[in-house]
Ligand binder design. Structure first.
Ligand code: NAG
Ligand code: NAG
Ligand code: NAG
Ligand code: NAG
Ligand code: NAG
Length: 200
């Protein structure tokens, strides 16, 4: 009986440890790689997506690379996978020091911001300011209405009323762009399009 309990506890512990395992951070990656694999470059730590259990696993394999937009996973052995919808990989993916697509996609959800374009797995999301509610970009963006949060400051501020006759051409263009984005978005989701109605 005692033996049974001990075994159960050990099993639970090892299950927990396996379940909670995450790949080492950049600082600890080399330490673990050195202690596990020879050569160190063979250390591979990836998501194991088999049977829909998302667990990280590490193995000694050989270093591998993939083109932008992709990463490797164990499935159960090494396999190519696209980045998840929340991440992107703009350059070559390399198993030395990396276990997932490099960047998290921006959310475009700060005050007045909305998504202009989600983008594919190689680029960040693009943001736009909600001109319907009078929001404009803080920075004067050259000749475009969307903003790339990876390379620009995409904050919005409450600016002029978009229906004001004296509004500058640039802002009117952005307003129309915003409307098009909205109708695309709403069209996709088959929602009511009443907010698209022009108010003047
Ligand atoms: C694993 O996670 C569970 C639940 O989040 C926690 O109770 C347990 O203590 C963790 N185990 C280890 C070894 O970190
Ligand atoms: C480690 O990598 C080398 C090539 O760099 C390869 O020949 C060797 O088989 C790899 N080791 C393992 C355990 O996969
Ligand atoms: C991935 O998980 C499956 C199922 O648990 C297992 O059979 C396989 O060996 C794992 N692969 C690696 C590389 O750990
Ligand atoms: C992803 O989008 C970028 C920019 O919009 C484009 O240049 C690239 O070709 C696209 N890649 C794929 C695989 O669709
Ligand atoms: C329109 O914009 C101008 C300049 O920004 C401003 O002086 C005026 O009060 C605005 N009018 C309305 C009705 O919002």
């Amino acid at each position: 009986m005692d033996m049974f309990i001990l075994l159960t506890v050990l099993k639970m512990l090892s299950f927990n440890e396996a379940y909670n395992f995450t790949c080492p951070s950049q600082a600890h990656w080399n330490l673990r790689a050195k202690s596990m694999c020879k050569p160190q470059r063979n250390y591979t730590c990836l998501f194991n997506v088999t049977f829909r259990v998302n667990i990280y696993r590490d193995r000694c394999s050989r270093p591998r690379i993939l083109g932008p937009g992709y990463k490797y996973v164990f499935q159960p052995n090494l396999n190519r996978a696209t980045c998840s919808v929340t991440r992107f990989q703009p350059f070559i993916f390399d198993t030395i020091g990396h276990s997932d697509c490099t960047y998290q996609k921006s959310l475009c959800n700060s005050l007045g911001q909305e998504t202009y374009e989600t983008g594919n797995t190689t680029v960040d999301r693009k943001c736009i300011c909600n001109t319907d509610s009078g929001y404009l970009f803080v920075r004067n963006l050259k000749n475009q209405c969307y903003c790339n949060p990876s390379t620009e400051d995409c904050s919005c501020y409450l600016g002029i009323n978009p229906y004001n006759e004296t509004v500058k051409l640039k802002d009117i263009k952005c307003y129309d762009d915003m409307k098009m984005t909205r109708s695309r978005y709403l069209g996709d989701r088959k929602k009511s399009s009443c907010i698209l109605l022009k108010k003047h």
